[in-house]
Design a protein around this ligand. Structure first.
Ligand code: PLP
Length: 430
Protein backbone atom coordinates (compact mmCIF):
# COMPACT_ATOMS: atom_id res chain seq x y z
CA UNK A 1 0.00 0.00 0.00
CA UNK A 2 2.56 2.57 1.11
CA UNK A 3 5.02 1.88 -1.75
CA UNK A 4 3.15 4.30 -4.01
CA UNK A 5 2.30 7.73 -2.67
CA UNK A 6 -1.49 7.86 -2.77
CA UNK A 7 -3.64 10.92 -2.12
CA UNK A 8 -5.49 11.50 1.14
CA UNK A 9 -8.86 10.42 -0.37
CA UNK A 10 -7.33 7.07 -1.36
CA UNK A 11 -5.43 6.49 1.87
CA UNK A 12 -8.61 7.20 3.86
CA UNK A 13 -10.20 4.15 2.23
CA UNK A 14 -7.27 1.75 1.82
CA UNK A 15 -4.32 2.54 4.11
CA UNK A 16 -3.39 0.09 6.83
CA UNK A 17 -5.48 -2.86 5.67
CA UNK A 18 -4.13 -6.08 4.28
CA UNK A 19 -6.82 -8.50 3.19
CA UNK A 20 -6.99 -11.26 5.80
CA UNK A 21 -5.76 -14.37 3.90
CA UNK A 22 -8.08 -17.03 5.39
CA UNK A 23 -11.44 -15.33 4.81
CA UNK A 24 -10.51 -12.72 2.16
CA UNK A 25 -12.98 -10.39 3.92
CA UNK A 26 -13.00 -7.07 2.07
CA UNK A 27 -14.23 -4.85 4.91
CA UNK A 28 -12.02 -4.65 8.01
CA UNK A 29 -13.31 -7.36 10.40
CA UNK A 30 -14.02 -6.56 14.05
CA UNK A 31 -11.73 -8.86 16.03
CA UNK A 32 -13.77 -9.43 19.16
CA UNK A 33 -11.10 -11.39 20.99
CA UNK A 34 -9.47 -10.85 24.34
CA UNK A 35 -6.32 -12.85 23.67
CA UNK A 36 -4.38 -14.60 20.88
CA UNK A 37 -2.99 -18.14 20.71
CA UNK A 38 0.76 -18.54 21.01
CA UNK A 39 2.19 -21.09 18.57
CA UNK A 40 4.32 -22.45 21.45
CA UNK A 41 5.64 -21.39 24.84
CA UNK A 42 8.79 -20.16 23.09
CA UNK A 43 6.68 -18.01 20.74
CA UNK A 44 4.90 -16.54 23.77
CA UNK A 45 8.22 -15.83 25.49
CA UNK A 46 9.61 -14.10 22.38
CA UNK A 47 6.53 -11.88 22.10
CA UNK A 48 6.76 -10.90 25.76
CA UNK A 49 10.48 -10.09 25.37
CA UNK A 50 9.74 -7.87 22.30
CA UNK A 51 12.07 -10.19 20.31
CA UNK A 52 9.20 -10.67 17.93
CA UNK A 53 6.20 -8.39 17.42
CA UNK A 54 2.77 -9.98 17.50
CA UNK A 55 -0.57 -10.11 19.24
CA UNK A 56 -0.67 -11.03 22.92
CA UNK A 57 -3.75 -9.55 24.61
CA UNK A 58 -6.33 -6.99 23.44
CA UNK A 59 -5.58 -4.48 26.19
CA UNK A 60 -2.30 -3.97 24.29
CA UNK A 61 -3.14 -4.57 20.64
CA UNK A 62 -5.99 -5.68 18.41
CA UNK A 63 -5.99 -6.21 14.62
CA UNK A 64 -9.03 -3.92 14.09
CA UNK A 65 -7.41 -1.13 16.10
CA UNK A 66 -4.16 -1.85 14.24
CA UNK A 67 -5.72 -1.01 10.84
CA UNK A 68 -7.07 2.26 12.25
CA UNK A 69 -3.67 3.10 13.77
CA UNK A 70 -1.85 2.45 10.50
CA UNK A 71 -4.46 4.35 8.47
CA UNK A 72 -4.40 7.51 10.60
CA UNK A 73 -0.58 7.36 10.87
CA UNK A 74 -0.34 7.29 7.06
CA UNK A 75 -2.89 10.07 6.66
CA UNK A 76 -0.89 12.24 9.07
CA UNK A 77 2.48 11.37 7.54
CA UNK A 78 3.57 9.89 10.86
CA UNK A 79 5.62 6.78 11.66
CA UNK A 80 3.10 4.97 13.89
CA UNK A 81 0.00 5.58 16.00
CA UNK A 82 -1.79 4.25 19.04
CA UNK A 83 -5.53 4.26 19.71
CA UNK A 84 -6.84 4.97 23.21
CA UNK A 85 -10.24 4.90 24.86
CA UNK A 86 -10.96 8.63 24.36
CA UNK A 87 -9.39 11.83 23.11
CA UNK A 88 -9.02 12.84 26.74
CA UNK A 89 -7.07 9.64 27.50
CA UNK A 90 -4.94 10.23 24.40
CA UNK A 91 -3.93 13.64 25.76
CA UNK A 92 -3.40 12.49 29.37
CA UNK A 93 -1.32 9.45 28.46
CA UNK A 94 0.73 11.44 25.94
CA UNK A 95 1.63 14.01 28.59
CA UNK A 96 2.42 11.40 31.25
CA UNK A 97 4.44 9.37 28.72
CA UNK A 98 6.86 12.33 28.59
CA UNK A 99 6.50 14.26 31.84
CA UNK A 100 6.95 13.06 35.39
CA UNK A 101 6.65 14.70 38.79
CA UNK A 102 8.55 18.00 38.77
CA UNK A 103 8.42 18.47 35.00
CA UNK A 104 6.59 21.30 33.23
CA UNK A 105 4.42 21.67 30.16
CA UNK A 106 3.95 24.89 28.19
CA UNK A 107 0.47 25.01 26.68
CA UNK A 108 -1.61 27.42 24.66
CA UNK A 109 -4.45 28.69 26.84
CA UNK A 110 -7.23 28.41 24.22
CA UNK A 111 -8.09 24.78 24.89
CA UNK A 112 -10.96 22.33 24.75
CA UNK A 113 -12.68 22.67 28.15
CA UNK A 114 -11.84 19.16 29.35
CA UNK A 115 -8.19 19.56 28.35
CA UNK A 116 -7.94 22.87 30.19
CA UNK A 117 -9.27 21.24 33.35
CA UNK A 118 -6.90 18.27 32.98
CA UNK A 119 -3.95 20.66 32.68
CA UNK A 120 -5.17 23.18 35.25
CA UNK A 121 -6.55 20.89 37.98
CA UNK A 122 -5.44 17.24 37.43
CA UNK A 123 -1.80 17.38 36.31
CA UNK A 124 -0.73 19.76 39.13
CA UNK A 125 -1.93 17.16 41.67
CA UNK A 126 0.59 14.79 40.11
CA UNK A 127 3.41 17.29 40.41
CA UNK A 128 3.27 18.43 36.79
CA UNK A 129 3.07 22.19 36.28
CA UNK A 130 1.39 23.60 33.18
CA UNK A 131 2.27 27.14 32.07
CA UNK A 132 -0.48 28.63 29.90
CA UNK A 133 0.39 31.20 27.24
CA UNK A 134 -1.88 33.11 24.83
CA UNK A 135 -2.06 31.43 21.42
CA UNK A 136 0.71 32.47 18.99
CA UNK A 137 2.37 34.70 21.60
CA UNK A 138 5.88 33.37 21.00
CA UNK A 139 7.52 35.80 23.43
CA UNK A 140 5.31 34.39 26.16
CA UNK A 141 6.18 30.83 25.08
CA UNK A 142 9.91 31.57 25.25
CA UNK A 143 9.45 33.20 28.65
CA UNK A 144 7.52 30.18 29.96
CA UNK A 145 10.19 27.66 28.93
CA UNK A 146 12.72 26.77 31.61
CA UNK A 147 15.02 23.86 32.53
CA UNK A 148 12.03 21.79 33.68
CA UNK A 149 9.99 22.16 30.47
CA UNK A 150 9.49 18.89 28.61
CA UNK A 151 6.89 19.63 25.92
CA UNK A 152 4.74 22.26 24.18
CA UNK A 153 1.01 21.65 23.60
CA UNK A 154 -1.35 23.43 21.19
CA UNK A 155 -4.61 22.85 19.30
CA UNK A 156 -4.73 23.48 15.52
CA UNK A 157 -7.91 25.53 15.90
CA UNK A 158 -8.37 26.54 19.51
CA UNK A 159 -11.50 26.12 21.55
CA UNK A 160 -13.74 27.98 21.69
CA UNK A 161 -12.82 31.15 19.77
CA UNK A 162 -11.41 29.32 16.74
CA UNK A 163 -7.99 30.97 16.57
CA UNK A 164 -5.62 29.16 14.20
CA UNK A 165 -2.26 28.16 15.66
CA UNK A 166 0.90 29.11 13.80
CA UNK A 167 2.30 25.59 14.02
CA UNK A 168 5.58 26.47 12.28
CA UNK A 169 6.21 29.25 14.79
CA UNK A 170 5.71 26.83 17.68
CA UNK A 171 7.81 24.15 15.96
CA UNK A 172 10.75 26.53 15.62
CA UNK A 173 10.78 27.24 19.36
CA UNK A 174 10.24 23.57 20.21
CA UNK A 175 13.17 22.56 18.02
CA UNK A 176 15.46 25.20 19.50
CA UNK A 177 14.85 23.81 23.01
CA UNK A 178 14.61 20.14 21.90
CA UNK A 179 11.03 19.88 23.14
CA UNK A 180 8.38 17.75 21.42
CA UNK A 181 5.54 19.80 19.92
CA UNK A 182 2.21 18.10 20.65
CA UNK A 183 -0.74 19.20 18.51
CA UNK A 184 -4.40 18.37 19.13
CA UNK A 185 -5.71 18.34 15.56
CA UNK A 186 -9.27 17.20 16.31
CA UNK A 187 -10.89 20.29 14.73
CA UNK A 188 -9.04 19.99 11.43
CA UNK A 189 -8.43 16.24 10.86
CA UNK A 190 -5.66 15.05 8.51
CA UNK A 191 -7.76 15.88 5.45
CA UNK A 192 -7.53 19.64 6.14
CA UNK A 193 -4.18 19.94 7.95
CA UNK A 194 -1.24 17.66 8.67
CA UNK A 195 0.71 19.23 11.56
CA UNK A 196 3.76 16.96 11.10
CA UNK A 197 4.41 18.71 7.76
CA UNK A 198 4.88 21.92 9.76
CA UNK A 199 7.17 20.43 12.41
CA UNK A 200 4.84 18.85 14.98
CA UNK A 201 6.19 15.70 16.63
CA UNK A 202 3.02 14.22 18.11
CA UNK A 203 -0.50 14.63 16.73
CA UNK A 204 -3.58 13.79 18.80
CA UNK A 205 -7.19 13.35 17.73
CA UNK A 206 -10.39 12.82 19.55
CA UNK A 207 -11.81 10.17 17.20
CA UNK A 208 -15.22 10.93 18.70
CA UNK A 209 -15.66 14.03 16.54
CA UNK A 210 -15.27 14.43 12.74
CA UNK A 211 -13.31 11.21 12.22
CA UNK A 212 -16.27 9.27 13.60
CA UNK A 213 -18.54 11.84 11.99
CA UNK A 214 -21.89 10.55 13.19
CA UNK A 215 -21.85 10.97 16.96
CA UNK A 216 -21.66 7.23 17.63
CA UNK A 217 -18.51 6.52 19.63
CA UNK A 218 -15.75 7.75 21.94
CA UNK A 219 -12.08 7.23 21.14
CA UNK A 220 -8.69 8.86 20.75
CA UNK A 221 -5.48 8.39 18.80
CA UNK A 222 -1.88 9.55 19.12
CA UNK A 223 0.41 9.75 16.08
CA UNK A 224 4.21 9.77 16.50
CA UNK A 225 6.31 11.42 13.77
CA UNK A 226 9.16 9.06 14.67
CA UNK A 227 11.78 11.81 14.39
CA UNK A 228 12.08 13.38 17.83
CA UNK A 229 15.38 13.01 19.73
CA UNK A 230 14.40 11.33 23.01
CA UNK A 231 18.07 10.59 23.85
CA UNK A 232 18.36 13.98 25.56
CA UNK A 233 18.86 12.97 29.23
CA UNK A 234 16.27 15.52 30.41
CA UNK A 235 13.64 13.00 29.24
CA UNK A 236 14.09 10.78 32.29
CA UNK A 237 11.26 8.41 31.34
CA UNK A 238 13.12 7.54 28.13
CA UNK A 239 16.67 7.43 29.44
CA UNK A 240 16.42 5.86 32.87
CA UNK A 241 15.86 2.09 33.19
CA UNK A 242 12.14 1.29 33.18
CA UNK A 243 11.29 -0.85 36.21
CA UNK A 244 8.17 -2.16 34.49
CA UNK A 245 10.10 -3.36 31.44
CA UNK A 246 13.22 -5.31 32.53
CA UNK A 247 15.15 -2.05 33.01
CA UNK A 248 14.71 -1.06 29.34
CA UNK A 249 15.75 2.51 28.46
CA UNK A 250 13.36 3.39 25.64
CA UNK A 251 15.59 6.03 24.03
CA UNK A 252 18.75 3.92 24.29
CA UNK A 253 18.11 0.19 24.11
CA UNK A 254 15.54 -0.48 21.38
CA UNK A 255 16.87 -2.39 18.34
CA UNK A 256 17.35 -0.22 15.22
CA UNK A 257 14.04 -0.70 13.38
CA UNK A 258 12.12 0.12 16.58
CA UNK A 259 14.36 2.94 17.85
CA UNK A 260 12.50 5.78 16.04
CA UNK A 261 9.24 4.55 17.61
CA UNK A 262 10.44 4.99 21.21
CA UNK A 263 7.60 7.39 22.08
CA UNK A 264 4.70 5.37 20.73
CA UNK A 265 6.18 2.04 21.89
CA UNK A 266 6.51 3.35 25.42
CA UNK A 267 2.95 4.71 25.23
CA UNK A 268 1.75 1.22 24.30
CA UNK A 269 3.93 -0.88 26.60
CA UNK A 270 3.74 1.39 29.66
CA UNK A 271 0.63 3.59 29.30
CA UNK A 272 -1.68 1.10 27.63
CA UNK A 273 -0.26 -2.11 29.11
CA UNK A 274 -0.12 -1.01 32.73
CA UNK A 275 -2.73 1.72 32.99
CA UNK A 276 -5.29 0.27 30.59
CA UNK A 277 -7.02 3.05 28.57
CA UNK A 278 -7.78 0.65 25.71
CA UNK A 279 -10.10 1.37 22.77
CA UNK A 280 -12.60 -1.40 22.06
CA UNK A 281 -12.36 -2.92 18.55
CA UNK A 282 -16.08 -2.26 18.00
CA UNK A 283 -15.45 1.46 18.45
CA UNK A 284 -12.33 1.24 16.25
CA UNK A 285 -14.52 -0.24 13.51
CA UNK A 286 -16.92 2.74 13.72
CA UNK A 287 -13.98 5.10 13.30
CA UNK A 288 -12.74 3.11 10.28
CA UNK A 289 -16.19 3.56 8.72
CA UNK A 290 -15.94 7.28 9.43
CA UNK A 291 -12.45 7.70 8.00
CA UNK A 292 -13.48 6.34 4.60
CA UNK A 293 -15.74 9.33 3.92
CA UNK A 294 -13.77 11.88 5.98
CA UNK A 295 -12.27 13.81 3.04
CA UNK A 296 -15.70 14.27 1.44
CA UNK A 297 -17.36 15.19 4.71
CA UNK A 298 -14.72 17.74 5.76
CA UNK A 299 -15.14 19.49 2.43
CA UNK A 300 -18.90 19.82 3.00
CA UNK A 301 -18.59 20.72 6.72
CA UNK A 302 -16.18 23.48 5.67
CA UNK A 303 -18.25 24.89 2.81
CA UNK A 304 -21.48 24.77 4.86
CA UNK A 305 -19.75 26.45 7.82
CA UNK A 306 -18.34 29.21 5.61
CA UNK A 307 -21.79 29.94 4.17
CA UNK A 308 -23.41 29.90 7.63
CA UNK A 309 -20.70 32.27 8.94
CA UNK A 310 -21.20 34.64 5.98
CA UNK A 311 -24.95 34.64 6.65
CA UNK A 312 -24.48 35.43 10.35
CA UNK A 313 -21.90 38.11 9.57
CA UNK A 314 -24.47 40.04 7.52
CA UNK A 315 -27.34 39.60 9.99
CA UNK A 316 -28.33 42.85 11.78
CA UNK A 317 -28.89 41.12 15.16
CA UNK A 318 -25.41 39.54 15.21
CA UNK A 319 -22.61 41.60 16.80
CA UNK A 320 -19.63 39.41 15.85
CA UNK A 321 -18.78 36.10 14.14
CA UNK A 322 -15.57 34.07 14.22
CA UNK A 323 -14.87 31.56 11.49
CA UNK A 324 -11.28 31.15 10.32
CA UNK A 325 -12.40 30.98 6.69
CA UNK A 326 -14.08 34.43 6.73
CA UNK A 327 -11.96 36.84 4.70
CA UNK A 328 -11.85 39.48 7.44
CA UNK A 329 -11.42 37.03 10.35
CA UNK A 330 -8.34 37.79 12.51
CA UNK A 331 -7.17 34.21 11.84
CA UNK A 332 -7.59 34.44 8.06
CA UNK A 333 -3.89 34.97 7.22
CA UNK A 334 -3.01 31.79 9.11
CA UNK A 335 -6.03 30.06 7.57
CA UNK A 336 -4.70 30.78 4.08
CA UNK A 337 -1.42 29.13 5.01
CA UNK A 338 -2.59 26.17 7.07
CA UNK A 339 -6.15 25.50 5.87
CA UNK A 340 -6.28 26.16 2.13
CA UNK A 341 -8.76 23.30 1.60
CA UNK A 342 -11.34 24.40 4.16
CA UNK A 343 -11.41 25.78 7.67
CA UNK A 344 -13.56 23.08 9.30
CA UNK A 345 -17.10 22.95 10.63
CA UNK A 346 -17.06 25.23 13.70
CA UNK A 347 -18.56 28.72 13.82
CA UNK A 348 -18.96 30.94 16.90
CA UNK A 349 -20.82 34.21 17.26
CA UNK A 350 -22.37 36.69 19.67
CA UNK A 351 -25.66 38.55 19.53
CA UNK A 352 -25.99 42.31 19.94
CA UNK A 353 -28.68 41.62 22.55
CA UNK A 354 -26.12 39.67 24.67
CA UNK A 355 -25.94 36.45 26.66
CA UNK A 356 -29.61 35.93 27.53
CA UNK A 357 -30.64 36.42 23.90
CA UNK A 358 -28.00 33.87 22.84
CA UNK A 359 -29.36 31.32 25.29
CA UNK A 360 -32.88 32.02 24.01
CA UNK A 361 -31.69 31.38 20.46
CA UNK A 362 -30.11 28.07 21.53
CA UNK A 363 -33.35 27.04 23.23
CA UNK A 364 -35.58 27.91 20.26
CA UNK A 365 -33.63 26.94 17.17
CA UNK A 366 -35.06 24.16 14.98
CA UNK A 367 -32.94 21.48 13.24
CA UNK A 368 -29.87 22.08 15.45
CA UNK A 369 -29.42 19.77 18.47
CA UNK A 370 -28.43 21.35 21.80
CA UNK A 371 -25.62 19.14 23.02
CA UNK A 372 -22.00 19.01 24.14
CA UNK A 373 -20.38 17.49 21.10
CA UNK A 374 -18.91 18.64 17.82
CA UNK A 375 -18.21 16.99 14.47
CA UNK A 376 -21.51 15.18 13.94
CA UNK A 377 -23.26 14.95 10.54
CA UNK A 378 -26.06 16.75 12.38
CA UNK A 379 -25.78 20.48 13.10
CA UNK A 380 -25.18 21.17 16.80
CA UNK A 381 -25.48 24.24 19.01
CA UNK A 382 -24.43 25.12 22.55
CA UNK A 383 -23.75 28.03 24.89
CA UNK A 384 -20.23 27.11 26.16
CA UNK A 385 -19.94 29.56 29.09
CA UNK A 386 -22.84 27.86 30.91
CA UNK A 387 -21.98 24.27 29.81
CA UNK A 388 -18.74 22.93 28.29
CA UNK A 389 -16.56 25.63 29.83
CA UNK A 390 -18.64 26.23 32.99
CA UNK A 391 -16.03 24.55 35.23
CA UNK A 392 -13.72 27.46 34.39
CA UNK A 393 -14.17 30.57 36.54
CA UNK A 394 -14.84 33.77 34.62
CA UNK A 395 -11.15 34.74 34.88
CA UNK A 396 -10.07 31.46 33.21
CA UNK A 397 -12.86 31.79 30.66
CA UNK A 398 -11.50 35.21 29.77
CA UNK A 399 -7.92 33.84 29.62
CA UNK A 400 -9.14 31.23 27.13
CA UNK A 401 -10.88 33.97 25.12
CA UNK A 402 -14.41 32.80 25.94
CA UNK A 403 -16.95 35.62 25.82
CA UNK A 404 -20.02 35.01 28.02
CA UNK A 405 -22.39 35.63 25.09
CA UNK A 406 -20.59 33.24 22.70
CA UNK A 407 -22.83 30.71 20.91
CA UNK A 408 -21.01 27.75 19.34
CA UNK A 409 -22.18 25.96 16.20
CA UNK A 410 -20.88 22.70 14.81
CA UNK A 411 -22.21 22.87 11.27
CA UNK A 412 -23.41 19.54 9.92
CA UNK A 413 -24.04 18.03 6.53
CA UNK A 414 -27.68 19.04 6.07
CA UNK A 415 -28.54 21.19 3.03
CA UNK A 416 -27.07 24.64 3.55
CA UNK A 417 -30.42 26.35 2.81
CA UNK A 418 -32.02 24.41 5.66
CA UNK A 419 -29.14 25.25 8.04
CA UNK A 420 -29.34 28.96 7.20
CA UNK A 421 -33.15 28.83 7.31
CA UNK A 422 -33.02 27.45 10.87
CA UNK A 423 -30.58 30.16 11.96
CA UNK A 424 -32.69 32.85 10.28
CA UNK A 425 -35.91 31.67 11.96
CA UNK A 426 -34.26 31.46 15.39
CA UNK A 427 -32.78 34.95 15.02
CA UNK A 428 -36.30 36.29 14.39
CA UNK A 429 -37.28 35.11 17.87
CA UNK A 430 -34.59 37.04 19.76
C1 PLP B 1 -13.62 16.26 22.15
C2 PLP B 1 -12.27 16.81 22.20
C3 PLP B 1 -11.31 16.27 23.07
C4 PLP B 1 -11.63 15.15 24.01
O1 PLP B 1 -11.96 13.97 23.32
P1 PLP B 1 -12.97 12.85 23.93
O2 PLP B 1 -12.91 11.81 22.86
O3 PLP B 1 -14.29 13.49 24.10
O4 PLP B 1 -12.37 12.41 25.21
C5 PLP B 1 -10.04 16.83 23.06
N1 PLP B 1 -9.73 17.86 22.26
C6 PLP B 1 -10.62 18.40 21.40
C7 PLP B 1 -10.20 19.53 20.53
C8 PLP B 1 -11.92 17.90 21.34
O5 PLP B 1 -12.80 18.45 20.51
Amino acid sequence: MSKKKYHVETLAIHAGQEIEPNTLARAVPVYRTTAYNFKSSQHGADLFALKELGNIYSRLMNPTNDVLEKRIAELEGGAAALTLSSGTAAIYFTITNILKQGDELVSASNLYGGTFTQFDAILPNQGITVRFTPVNDFKAVEAAINSKTRAIFIETIGNPVLDVSDIEGYAKIAKKHNLPLIVDSTFTTPTLLRPIEYGANIVIHSLSKWINGHGTGIGGIVVDDGKFNWKDPKFALFNEPDGGYHGLRFAQDLPEPLAPLAFVLRLRTVGLRNQGPTLSPDAAWLFLQGVESLPLRMERHSSNALKAAEFLKKHPKVSWVRYPGLKDDPANELTKKYLPNGAGGMVVFGLKAGTEAGIKLVDNIKLFSILANVGDAKSLIIHPASTTHSQLDSESQKKGGLHPELVRLSIGLEHIDDIIGALDDALKLV
